[in-house]
Design a protein around this ligand. Structure first.
Ligand SMILES: [Zn+2]
Length: 249
């Protein structure tokens, strides 16, 4: 990092508009309180824009961010874009009605360009001022559709978003003070309950649930559920319960 403030003082968002026909009204007049991040898994942003605007594909997103940081608005934020598909976060099962979808142009295996992530953080700051969206409700497609989706994938830097207050990360204390180990079976049950308290759907196979958790919070870690996984999800569930009205001790 050179001189000057970190991640600030950048030029304004470079925003262009290309209207996608793949959208409709948000059901029951709800407003967005979730952001879902995706990658396109395509070779170029222009190919992805064509797909997201083609009426035959029935898919879209509110925004597509190109590698060079250009932000393409495809669907107005007030409308329902078609990006999430089957899945859930907390009690929300019509995720499209309750969310804003952002596609990052990326093949899935290449690093995200700095200009692209800078544009994403600027865009998220704007979205957070326009809608009431808590940082823990900025999630990945893989979080709301475990086992079915893996984007935004292993290259995405969730810690940086959390550092900017645009997502969340377990506190480092949680990782040091790993919790007591019970039997594997009891721990699996506890893990599933904590995952649900944070927002994950527990209709998912327990192994896929653990995979999705590690894809987001403990990249590259393998093997059975352990005390560190439990400590991390305990910290997240306590600080960021998906149901803020639920008493979670
Ligand atoms: Zn996706």
């Amino acid at each position: 990092m050179g001189s000057g403030a970190v991640y600030s003082g950048r030029a304004q968002l470079r925003l262009t508009t290309r209207q996608s026909p793949n959208c409709g009204p948000r059901r029951d007049g709800v407003t967005p309180d979730i952001v879902v991040l995706h990658y396109t898994a395509m070779a170029s942003a222009s190919a992805a824009a064509d797909t997201l605007c083609n009426p035959d594909t029935q898919v879209s997103a509110h925004y597509l961010i190109a590698e060079d940081g250009e932000v393409i608005s495809l669907v107005p934020e007030a409308l329902r874009a078609w990006h999430a598909g089957a899945g859930a976060w907390g009690g929300v099962t019509d995720v499209n009605s309750r969310s804003i979808g952002i596609e990052l142009a990326n093949t899935g295996s290449t690093p995200f360009a700095a200009a692209q992530i800078d544009a994403l953080t600027d865009l998220l700051k704007g979205i957070k001022t326009r809608w009431d969206i808590r940082p823990e409700r900025v999630i990945g497609h893989s979080d709301m559709a475990p086992g079915r989706k893996i984007d935004p994938g292993v290259r995405f830097d969730w810690r940086r978003l959390a550092f900017e207050g645009l997502s969340v990360w377990p506190s480092s204390n949680a990782c040091l003070h790993s919790s007591e180990k019970g039997t594997q079976e009891a721990d699996d049950v506890r893990f599933a309950a904590l995952m649900a308290a944070f927002g994950y759907s527990t209709t998912t196979d327990p192994e896929l649930l653990l995979k999705s958790f590690r894809l987001r919070f403990r990249l590259g870690w393998d093997g059975p559920l352990d005390a560190t996984d439990l400590a991390m999800i305990t910290d997240l569930a306590r600080r960021f319960p998906v149901d803020v009205n639920a008493a979670w001790a």
